[in-house]
Structures are given as C-alpha cells and as structure tokens.
Write a protein that binds this ligand. Structure first.
Ligand code: ADP
Length: 179
C-alpha cells in the first residue's frame, strides 16, 4: 500500500488489486453534491411560487395550501411584487382563535416586507439552503429586485424550499451512484 495514495484509496476514488496495482474506481468524489450546490443557481432549480393577494381570506389560504400542495404562500400585490409570507403554523394559529376565517384577510397575519428573507435567482443553491437553515424557515421567495420611484420592490419569480434541497440531493445521488 502506497501511503501517498492512501487518501485517494480511502475516499474510494482509487482501487488497488494485487498484481494489477492502482486503478481509477470510476466513483465520483464525495464532495460532488456540495460542489454542485455552489455551482447551480437558484433559477435552474426553483419551483413555481404559490401566490395570493393580501385580501384573500384565511379560509381560502388554507384551501390553497391543500390544493397547491405547499406549506407556504407568498402574498403579492396586483403587479406581483412581494408583500408577505404566510406559513402553515401562521394559519393554524388563527384557526385556533375565535375569529371568522372567512372574513379575516391574510395581510393581517402574514409576516411582511421588509422582514422577509429572500433569495435572487442568480444566487447559488448552497447560499439558498444556508439561508433556510440560518433563519429556521421552510421556504424562500425567489425575487428579482426592481427600483421604482427610489423604492426597492421585489418581483416574485419562484420559490425555493427544503423540498427543493432534498430533490436536488436525491437527483445528484442518482447520477453518481457508485455502481
Ligand atoms: P411553519 O411556521 O409552518 O413551521 P416556517 O418555519 O417556514 O413554517 O415559518 C415560521 C415563521 O416564519 C412564520 O411565522 C412565517 O410567517 C415566517 N416565515 C416563513 N418564511 C419566511 C421567509 N422567507 N422570511 C421571513 N419569514 C418567514
């Protein structure tokens, strides 16, 4: 066993056989997933955003979460600029109260701009995943900033969620199975 090749054999990149010697195992480096996460941009993996207007009732938001199979809704203006975010637990909290779910508009309970954590489409998948963990949230609106009358507005172009990260991880795993 050549000690100078030990790291490569231990990592599985090199194999060694008696009388054959060292040869490339064909396995991809274990770091591939992380490298891909730095290389891939959010735009190439983002999902379609599920959006509602601020005057949508809590009841209709709950229905939208079921029918659209999502855990987070983005609240947008008529022109599709981000106004807020509402999560499953935000809606559960209101549903546990005594208010009329058909009458309360979602803008009353949403987390609102500028307190929304977002990601741009040209940022990396790694950065997006890092942001989800750092802020302990499930979902990021993918936004493109625009300036209008000296004010920054955020156009919503997608969503990046914990499911997105899991899907990418599984796809990378499929394409780099060792055997
Ligand atoms: P849940 O509340 O269903 O566990 P999250 O962990 O994503 O889902 O949300 C926790 C809280 O953070 C909620 O009050 C929600 O409104 C808020 N939130 C969710 N996503 C974001 C975001 N991208 N930026 C800021 N706040 C968010």
């Amino acid at each position: 066993m050549r000690p100078d090749l030990a790291v490569l054999t231990m990592s599985g990149l090199l194999d060694a056989r008696p009388r054959v010697g060292y040869f490339c195992s064909g396995r991809k480096p274990g770091l591939m997933a992380v490298e891909e996460a730095h290389r891939l941009t959010v735009d190439t993996v983002k999902a379609v955003p599920v959006v509602v207007k601020g005057d949508t009732s809590i009841y209709d938001c709950i229905v939208a979460m079921f029918t659209e199979d999502t855990g987070t809704l983005f609240i947008v203006s008529e022109a599709s600029y981000l106004e807020g975010v509402v999560s499953r637990k935000d809606l559960l909290k209101v549903a546990m109260g005594k208010g009329d779910l058909y009458k309360i508009p979602v803008r009353v309970v949403m987390t609102r701009v500028p307190n929304i954590v977002t990601i741009r489409g040209d940022e990396s998948v790694y950065e997006a995943a890092h942001r989800l963990m750092e802020h302990e949230i499930d979902s990021l609106p993918v936004v493109e900033p625009e300036t209008m009358n000296g004010k920054e507005l955020l156009k919503v172009s997608g969503r990046f969620t914990k499911t997105t990260v899991t899907r990418i991880f599984v796809e990378l795993g499929e394409s780099s199975k060792p055997f």
